[in-house]
Design a protein around this ligand. Structure first.
Ligand code: CP
Ligand code: NVA
Length: 310
């Protein structure tokens, strides 16, 4: 088991394959004993700041409950609280670290989270930026392992916007030896530097994961074990909704597309889903859809992460 005490979670790429295994093992163990252990919280001398500069439902509820389970006191802050009145990142962090043992933040710019981590003496967790969503992908990896029995050697197909989820899934695949096919329309591909980072991580760790960015959803899904999509307009892109919906025509995950995946393939979505846009009702409500297991696992991986790093 890796010692992750004090570690930041910024992109997921800072973890080694062994670190990922440690988190998934801890999450699995705590999931099995949650009913028992939540009655005997062990970290009652700790507190955490949970900062949300963008909306959230799952992340907020699961982090708050993960803290309570462990005995960590969660303090939830919104845009009217943290960084308000033009307070700098430096000053905000220097104040918060006098109060709390962990800073969890959801915001826009990845650079802001990295700056918070630079200034902070307490561990920092990225709870979603425009570029990465590492907590979600840890939950996705746990969900895949639960449903497929293993991760290494599988193929994950992501159909849609080359956004924070696509970026982080490529990194998650690189660390676990899962091949990742990304199918996006022209102009909506994942960033080339993140693709390179994922390819480099797979090589550095020798996991054998192949990362493949392509245009055709059919090519991406052919023979895939896991099919994933996400909203076509992420938080902050609401004004582009109509233009994006037009660009993503042909990228909806339908039953016909799922039929091109491997036998026993599962469907995943980080949620919230836009039924009738990136996914049909038939797919998200199908027996092969594991979206609510995925949502539940946010709690388990974040609880595991906090118990390891705080
Ligand atoms: N999947 C996810 O992060 O959900 P929220 O935006 O509701 O937190
Ligand atoms: N890509 C989405 C994920 C939401 C959990 C967004 O950033 O809005």
């Amino acid at each position: 088991m890796q010692n992750l005490h004090g570690m930041d979670l910024l992109t997921l790429g800072e973890l080694t394959p062994a670190d990922v295994s440690t988190v998934l093992e801890r999450a699995t163990a705590q999931k099995q004993t949650r009913a028992l252990t939540r009655r005997v919280p062990t970290m009652t001398d700790k507190s955490a700041a949970l900062i949300f500069m963008k909306p959230s439902m799952r992340t907020r509820v699961s982090f708050e409950l993960a803290c309570v389970d462990l005995g960590i006191h969660p303090v939830v802050l919104g845009a009217g609280d943290a960084f308000s009145r033009n307070e700098s990142i430096h000053d905000t962090v220097k104040v918060l670290e006098r109060y709390v043992e962990c800073i969890v933040i959801r915001t826009f710019a990845q650079a802001d989270v990295e700056q918070i981590a630079e200034h902070s003496s307490v561990p920092v967790v990225n709870a979603l930026t425009d570029d990465f969503h590492p907590c979600q992908v840890l939950a996705d990896l746990l969900t895949i392992r639960e449903h497929k029995g293993h991760i290494e050697g599988l193929t994950l197909a992501y159909v849609g916007d080359g956004n924070n989820m696509a970026n982080t899934l490529m990194i998650g695949g690189a660390l676990t030896g899962m091949h990742v096919n990304i199918a996006s329309p022209q102009g909506f591909e994942p960033r080339a530097d993140v693709v390179s980072t994922a390819v480099d991580l797979a090589a550095r760790h020798g996991t054998g994961a192949v990362i493949h960015v392509m245009r055709s959803p059919h090519e991406a899904v052919a023979g895939a074990d896991v099919v994933v999509t996400d909203t076509w307009a992420s938080m902050g892109q609401e004004a582009e909704h109509a233009q994006r919906a037009a660009a993503f025509a042909g990228y909806q995950v339908t039953e016909a597309l799922m039929a091109e995946a491997a036998e026993g393939a599962i469907f995943m979505h980080c949620l919230p889903a836009h039924r009738g846009e990136e996914v049909t009702n038939e797919v998200i409500d199908a027996p092969y859809s594991v979206v609510f297991d995925e949502a539940e696992n946010r709690l388990h991986v974040q609880r595991a992460w906090l118990s390891l790093v705080v």
